[in-house]
Design a protein around this ligand. Structure first.
Ligand SMILES: Cc1ncc(COP(=O)(O)O)c(C=O)c1O
Length: 469
């Protein structure tokens, strides 16, 4: 009897080699692939989407035909893996991380409970402990690998929420307007009322106004509410600004409230000497969000929450079921007790394998390089008279605007600048609003982005700015 779902060794090798050849070919061409989708007609996009919406066939299709559609679907995209990806928060996706995934998925170990794969549970915990150590957490610290920063922020709110002992109606969470929107979403998903969110004003440097925070906490207390959490940013998405972490930690400590630091973008800069200084105070947080799929260059789907006391995560998430009674307790915690998932993918290997293969130093050097590149881009752009650079880069985001006769013209020219640069398809930039003004962003983070591409993007920006001025 032949079972089509169980290929033999030759068939497995042939399938894997064919697909791997395509994937390696793709990665090898990243330097040349168009960075953006700008200029691709909508009709072409819709036509491809219509073809790809077809349901699966009853009988097998030819592998080459399948791969052609996979490639067509992949090609029509912003090149998020390439060196020209300078929009939003890049990451890139380490090839070694993808290989780790193939291994993890082929071996398909169950890593929800440590007892079913004690070795892999320890391997994942070694990654979590390394992350916690990197953030300066004490011995009782730990955490959980999740799918991304949004879920990490959610797990943090769920853990902090325990302090309310289910009296959610009076709870209050403090964040700034510069905080990532996933924090507000997490508060809502965690069942807190919309009025639970307090937006703390920022000073002119876009960092949290700590005196205002303290005042708001006091006034909420007087009103009979229960302030329980403050969220500070270690690298905002908009501009990469870091909140005054020591001062926020002082306020949190004085008021007995949970300090969460969203380090999804900036947290890993602690690997560098400059980042260590910039992020001082993060070690006082109760919890920190990290996104290895951003600044550790892991493939998408890799986020982390680390906490100073693992028991806080356990208190919020652990449940028991008779069907799990046969498993022995292990040296390391059950991931299911620390987060929302029971069955979960092995995320640790796609961080562990590259860390062991290349060593931590390779990641430190890559992040140092990005800090240098941001300063380099800033210096070049700031010297261009047609441009205005509203915020000097703290980490690796550079914001810029066209100068104009007035704000409206400046806004309009900046929009045109963004369009022009993206139409060149060598760089993909995105935009935001800083202080109510349209601002183009250059976010330098992907491991494949080096000085040649940054200079190319800067040349394109300056060229377009001069044309428009
Ligand atoms: C500061 C910050 N926090 C949270 C997130 C959300 O992370 P994810 O997209 O991995 O869910 C992002 C994403 O860009 C971010 O920049």
């Amino acid at each position: 009897m032949r079972y089509p779902l169980e290929p033999d060794r030759t068939e497995m090798e042939s399938l894997a080699e064919t697909v791997l050849a395509r994937a390696v070919g793709f990665v090898n061409e990243l330097q040349e692939r168009p960075a953006s989708l700008a200029g691709v007609p909508q009709a072409e996009i819709r036509d491809l989407q219509r073809r790809l919406l077809a349901p699966p066939p009853e009988h097998p299709e030819d592998l080459q035909y399948i791969l052609e559609r996979m490639a067509a679907a992949t090609d029509l995209a912003v090149e998020t893996a390439g060196p020209g990806y300078l929009g939003y928060i890049p990451g890139g996706g380490l090839f070694a991380g993808a290989v780790a995934d193939l291994y993890a998925r082929a071996t398909n170990r169950y890593v929800g409970m440590a007892g079913t794969a004690p070795g892999l549970a320890a391997l994942e915990w070694s990654v979590v402990r390394w992350l916690a150590d990197l953030m300066g957490m004490p011995d009782g610290g730990g955490g959980i690998l999740v799918s991304g920063g949004s879920i990490a922020n959610f797990a943090a709110v769920v853990a902090a929420r325990e302090r309310l002992q289910e009296d959610l109606a009076a709870g209050v969470v403090y964040l700034t307007e510069e905080a990532h929107q996933s924090v507000a979403k997490a508060v809502r998903l965690a069942g807190l009322p919309r009025r639970a969110l307090r937006v703390v004003p920022c000073a002119s440097d876009l960092r949290m106004d700590v005196a205002a925070l303290e005042g708001m906490i006091a006034s909420d207390r007087r009103a009979g509410l229960r302030p329980f959490m403050v969220v500070a940013s270690a690298g905002t998405t908009n501009t990469g600004v870091v909140d005054p972490l020591e001062a926020v930690a002082d306020v949190a400590a004085r008021n007995g409230i949970w300090l969460h630091v969203d380090g999804a973008y900036g947290g890993f800069f602690r690997l560098t000497a400059r980042g260590l200084a910039l992020l001082a105070g993060i070690e006082r947080a109760d919890s920190v969000t990290l996104d290895p799929h951003k600044s550790l260059f892991a493939p998408y789907g890799t986020g982390a929450l680390v906490v100073r006391d693992v028991e806080t995560l356990r208190a919020a998430h652990a449940v028991s079921g008779h069907y799990l009674q046969d498993l022995d307790e292990q040296l390391v915690p059950d991931a299911a007790d620390l987060g929302p998932e029971l069955t979960r993918e092995l995320r640790g290997l796609r961080i562990w394998l590259p860390l062991h293969l290349y060593g931590v130093g390779a990641f430190r050097d890559a992040l140092d390089e990005k800090l240098d590149l941001a300063q380099h881009a800033f210096r070049r752009l700031a010297a261009e008279g047609t441009l205005e650079l509203p915020v000097p880069p703290t980490l690796t985001v550079v914001g810029l605007r066209m100068r104009g006769r007035d704000e409206a013209e400046s806004d309009q020219l900046s929009r045109l600048l963004l369009q022009r640069v993206n139409l060149g398809r060598r760089a993909f930039l995105s935009s935001t609003v800083v202080g109510g003004r349209f601002t183009v962003r250059l976010a330098i983070l992907a491991h494949r982005t080096h000085q040649d591409r940054v200079d190319e993007a800067v040349d394109a920006i300056i060229g377009a700015a001069r044309d428009l001025a």
